[in-house]
Design a protein around this ligand. Structure first.
Ligand code: ADP
Ligand code: MG
Length: 709
């Protein structure tokens, strides 16, 4: 039997179970099975006595015998055994006891399976979060394991499983036995995936040791060594593949060469009303180096809200113009494009460079002028929404494409930008995002891009006071806004959704708007409203009124989330704040604190807020550092969710390492991968043959993520 042997031939499996293992856990070979690691271990030495279980403990494990099992219907009535129909059961309650006391185990799902399993008199190990409900100690949906998995040793692995697998008899005990058989069969044939020198230099345990110990650890120490080795291997190979792709691309993608800084750049720079921050200067240097390298730039620029990315965009665009090329800046919304246009035009005054705005609402006549100006080169910088990637838009010599708030654009849209380059050479690409991405996630999502970070705020930005209040403070909140308006300030009020389903008790925007108009009556107060269902004209009209100060309050959905700059606005009220993610709340808050005045962000919380949501809101009140928030967000929600909100996927799924927890190993693995590639960029040296071979595996044949822009 070799590692590649089909799983069905492993003794104890057979075709039926093999099909299930394939459909439930994507295991088709013995090797796949061996690479399925326990997600936790039952440590027999750490069983807690029920008398010592306390609801403050995070998670505990008790060894207890089932006393009595009761089933309850939705209305709370107990269902007698002779009337049992599982579809009527909404809750299963099992009283369990050890020699020190008793507690309750509660299940709302998988009731049938649990009912057949939790036979009174039988003993299990229950693992979960203890809580108190109605004076009684309980655990909701604990993991349930047989106390003796038939495996010796203190630590017993617990594998991912599903109800289907358990129903087919693949219990934890069986899984352990299969694993034991699989290891015995294939370990002798397993080839080390990492070269000897890597193991030596990084002090890693050999693969065979790691595989044996991860499944059947001798002790904690051996387990730690095994787990470190496997995590390092996973992250290292992933980074190696990303960095290698990046290397190949930088070698092959010819880029437009822009050696000069140019007069326009200098004219703009010298007329700046402020000194650039150190971070802005560093980033501009990095971009300039890319643009004159002869290779195509593919750079991600990350900078918190208000960190001054626009200026970096303008100066980069001017480098392109100074070398005889054109640049475009693409923004996700009409409003944002207009604002960019207004800002950029201002900055361009001293340079004489022409700039045009192209959006969905540009008139046909103006469009024709712009098309002509782009073709003859008289327009140096084009700003707009995705209208500017339409095929009719042709540049004389597009040299740089800047994409603001990258995550709002689809991959195909970005690809169309690529095709607008000069002489079929793709333009340099700079992608700007204000969504702080945790470093570990950025290294993985954008592992093959160059990343610049503006990690410094322009001077003069005032801290924003953030408060979280409940419904009882609504009047106080209105009064507070009146005071601010009396001081000449403006306020944003953001609602989560428009036309919410009636069942839910969240305020929708329309109700909110009516309420605000009542609380802030005309003619004394002026309220503008912006939402996704308006025409672009309506949106601009309302937005402009607020930007120009004709409206005191802007009621909106999250469309203002990105980029809008109204320095005079000093209050941001977020309704049903618990419904937003941390990063989004942070983005919204970034809309205030831009002027000279003190600013406030008021989080209105609903009546029913989960503990976890409250934790998010508290965190937001405690810090203004976007990266810190992003890290926390990832820890709370896991990278999968975070990445989901960014509409892009991880290059490969991770088996054992965690982006949230293994940041240090990741940084080390990435630096080491870079070090190896520096010495052998194509991994063609004999000593790196095992690495080359690993990278041939399917999972590393990923889409080219460099083309995200
Ligand atoms: P973002 O990174 O969110 O796009 P902006 O480019 O809109 O940030 O800049 C936010 C504000 O800070 C703008 O009003 C801009 O004029 C100002 N600003 C940018 N750079 C500096 C600087 N170096 N010093 C002072 N103010 C700056
Ligand atoms: Mg911006």
């Amino acid at each position: 039997m070799t590692p590649d042997t089909s799983i069905q031939y492993l003794p104890g499996v057979g075709p039926k179970r093999a099909a299930l293992l394939q459909s439930e856990l994507e295991i088709s070979t013995v090797w796949d099975l061996v690479r399925l690691y326990p997600f936790r271990y039952i440590d027999r030495s750490s069983i807690v006595r029920i008398a010592d279980v306390h609801p403050d403990l995070a998670q505990v494990q008790v060894r207890a015998t089932v006393q009595k099992v009761r089933l309850y219907a939705k209305n709370g009535a107990e269902i007698p055994a002779d009337k049992l129909k599982y579809n009527l059961v909404s809750r299963l309650s099992a009283m369990v006891a050890d020699e020190s006391g008793e507690m309750e185990m509660v299940f709302f799902k998988g009731v049938k399976w649990m009912h057949t399993r939790l036979v009174p008199g039988s003993t299990f190990i229950f693992f979960g979060k203890p809580a108190v409900f109605g004076n009684r100690l309980n655990m909701v949906h604990p993991e349930v394991d047989a106390p003796d998995n038939g495996v010796s040793g203190v630590l017993t692995g617990v594998y991912p499983s599903t109800e289907k697998l358990k129903n087919a008899g693949i219990t934890g005990k069986v899984m352990n036995r299969l694993m034991s058989t699989a290891l015995a069969e294939v370990l002798p044939a397993v080839q080390e995936t990492l070269p000897d020198y890597v193991l030596r230099e990084k002090g890693l345990a050999p693969l065979t040791f790691a595989l044996r110990q991860i499944h059947f650890p001798q002790d904690q120490d051996a387990l730690a060594k095994a787990s470190y080795r496997l995590k390092f291997e996973e992250l290292f190979l992933l980074q190696l593949s990303l960095l290698k792709q990046k290397y190949v691309r930088s070698r092959s993608a010819v880029g437009l060469n822009m050696p000069a800084v140019g007069e326009a750049f200098n004219a703009c720079y010298n007329a700046l009303p402020y000194e650039l921050t150190g971070a802005q200067k560093r980033v501009i240097r990095e971009i300039r180096e890319d643009m004159r390298s002869g290779h195509q730039m593919n750079r991600l620029l990350q900078g918190d809200v208000g960190s001054g990315k626009t200026m970096v965009a303008v100066l980069s665009a001017l480098i392109a113009v100074g070398n005889g090329y054109q640049a475009c800046i693409m923004a996700p919304t009409e409003v944002l494009s207009q604002q960019h246009y207004a800002n950029v035009t201002k900055y361009l005054k001293p340079t004489g460079v022409h700039c045009a705005l192209l959006t969905g609402t540009t008139t046909a006549a103006r469009r024709r002028e712009i098309h002509a100006g782009l073709r003859d080169g008289s327009i140096g910088i084009l700003i707009g929404t995705h209208a500017l990637i339409e095929d009719t838009v042709q540049f004389k010599a597009l040299g740089l494409a800047i994409v603001d708030e990258q995550h709002r654009f689809g991959v195909e849209q970005r690809a169309r930008l690529w095709n607008k380059g000069y002489n079929a050479i793709p333009p340099h690409v700079l992608v700007m995002t204000a969504t702080p991405i945790p470093r570990t996630l950025a290294m993985t999502l954008y592992g093959d891009l160059d990343v610049s970070v503006i990690d410094q705020m322009p001077p003069g930005r005032k801290p924003v006071t953030t408060l979280c209040v409940g419904e009882t403070k609504r009047h106080a909140m209105h009064n507070f806004i009146r005071d601010e308006i009396a001081k000449g300030r403006q306020a944003f009020m953001v609602y989560p959704l428009i036309f919410e389903s009636e069942k839910m008790d969240y305020k929708n925007l329309q109700l909110g708007y009516e309420e605000i108009v009542k609380a802030f009556p005309m003619p004394r107060y002026k309220v503008a409203i912006v939402h996704g269902q308006q025409t672009p004209q309506e949106k601009s009209f309302n937005m402009d009124a607020f930007v120009a100060g004709r409206a005191d309050i802007l009621v909106s959905t999250t469309v203002i989330e990105v980029g809008v700059d109204v320095p005079n606005a000093s209050v941001m009220v977020i309704e049903s704040a618990e419904r937003f993610g941390l990063s989004q709340l942070h983005q919204l808050r970034g809309r205030v604190g831009r002027g000279a005045e003190r600013s406030y962000c008021i989080l209105m919380r609903g009546n029913k807020v989960s503990k976890e949501s409250q934790k998010r809101l508290d965190l937001l009140c405690a810090t203004e550092n976007g990266f810190e928030l992003a890290e926390e967000d990832m820890k709370m929600r896991g990278p999968g969710d975070l990445e989901g909100t960014m509409q892009s996927g991880l290059p490969i799924s991770l088996n054992i390492a965690s982006l949230a927890k293994d940041g240090l190993i990741l940084s080390d693995a990435r630096a080491y991968a870079q070090h190896i590639l520096d010495g052998d960029p194509t991994l063609s040296q004999q000593k790196n043959a095992p690495l080359q071979q690993e990278l041939q595996r399917d999972k590393y044949q990923t889409k080219d993520y460099s083309k995200i822009s």
